[in-house]
Write a protein that binds this ligand. Structure first.
Ligand SMILES: Cc1cc2nc3c(=O)[nH]c(=O)nc-3n(C[C@H](O)[C@H](O)[C@H](O)COP(=O)(O)OP(=O)(O)OC[C@H]3O[C@@H](n4cnc5c(N)ncnc54)[C@H](O)[C@@H]3O)c2cc1C
Length: 333
């Protein structure tokens, strides 16, 4: 008989694992302190883009598998996944196009989109006028965008439709506290693993975003990883302005950061500052030694599969990691 599976965590990692197990007939339940929008996943951008996660070789392999799965999902408008042009810029110099981006058809952006020599703002192919002095180089490629306001609900509904159940407001002090009726425990607790399994290598990389109304003519995502981190991501009903990345476990909104984010995005996009509809903070679960995806034993003898520490790439790695978790679950006694 198939094992009964308990998944701890209802962010993108837990929900995706839930779908993978439930659709293959496993009796699965998700338990979490917070679900959906209240998780770190609910605060994310969430573009497919490998960022702030280790180790690079595994991250790229999982990211490419996830890319494939998300392209498939983007064919169904109900999922909240769509394909979007991403323009990745640098303020400081010529950035090489990473191999993984080349393999997905990335192209260098023409200097007329970027050069500070141009007296008037440069009009991009996407009919957006970006500040002529903002960037020195960049590349473009099409990537999946997950609108978190739709996608997390989509995953939850798909999990429940496949027979799974979701239990919120459940906080475990340790994984052994998961009910004994479950033979297999999957740990998708994000930054919560710091206390849940006493992982001292897990660091909170705090991120803050401002949600603003839709920006006219912004039909591609603008991203710059050089400090100060900046991105503007158009979604179905609004636009996400970011961002920050600092070592901090503080989940409170910092109004100064919001002002800085809105000012920098507006400067780059050459627009008046929009009003802020909401601001969100999340703690990227960054793990110095890399994403934890392995099999172990709880003190009571049950098997546990860990799947946490995805840093700034939880969405980007979600399907690749969930499929790996499923592989690890095979032949478990
Ligand atoms: C501002 C920002 C922008 C980002 N942008 C992107 C992006 O563009 N692309 C991308 O791929 N990634 C992005 N990320 C990173 C991404 O959001 C994370 O990697 C991802 O959300 C991690 O998902 P998770 O499911 O592992 O953890 P979480 O979403 O944090 O979920 C953890 C779950 O575990 C539960 N939990 C924790 N401890 C316990 C406990 N003791 N008992 C019970 N339940 C517990 C929580 O309640 C929650 O349900 C961004 C992050 C931030 C903050």
């Amino acid at each position: 008989m198939k094992q009964r599976v308990a998944i701890v965590g209802a962010g993108v990692s837990g929900l995706t694992c839930g779908v993978v197990f439930a659709k293959r007939g496993y009796r699965s339940a998700i338990f979490a302190q917070d679900i959906g929008q209240r998780t770190t996943s609910g605060a994310a951008g969430a573009l497919w883009f490998p960022y702030d996660a280790e180790p690079v070789d595994k991250v790229i392999a999982w990211a490419l598998q996830t890319h494939h799965a998300l392209v498939d999902l983007s064919r169904d408008s109900q999922t909240g996944v769509s394909m979007l042009e991403l323009r990745s810029f640098s303020r400081t110099g010529e950035t090489p196009i990473p191999d993984w981006a080349n393999s997905l058809g990335a192209r260098r952006l023409h200097p007329s989109v970027l050069s500070s020599e141009y007296a008037s703002p440069a009009r991009t192919e996407a009919s957006l006028t970006i500040c002529p002095c903002a960037f020195k180089s960049g590349f473009t490629l099409n990537v999946p965008l997950m609108d978190t306001t739709i996608y997390l609900d989509y995953l939850a509904k798909r999990f429940v439709a496949a027979g799974g159940s979701i239990h919120g407001n459940v906080r475990f002090e340790k994984l052994e506290d998961v009910g004994r009726e479950f033979d297999l425990v999957i740990n998708c607790s994000g930054i919560g693993a710091k206390t849940l399994v006493a992982d001292v290598g897990l660091e909170p990389h705090r991120g803050q975003v401002a949600i603003v109304p839709k920006i006219d003519n912004l039909s591609c995502a603008i991203v710059c990883d050089d400090a100060p981190l900046m991105y503007a991501i158009p979604r179905t009903n609004d636009c996400v302005f970011g961002g920050t990345n600092e070592l901090s476990g503080n989940c409170a909104v910092d109004p100064t950061s919001t002002s800085r984010i809105v000012a920098e995005c507006s400067r780059v996009l050459n627009i008046d500052k929009p009003r802020v509809l909401a601001d969100r903070v999340g703690l990227r679960p960054f793990r110095k030694s890399g994403v934890r995806l392995d099999r172990g034993r709880l003190r009571d003898g049950r098997t546990v599969l860990h799947n946490y520490g995805h840093g700034g790439s939880g969405f980007t790695l979600s399907w690749g990691c969930a499929n790996k978790v499923f592989q690890l679950a095979q032949n478990v006694r």
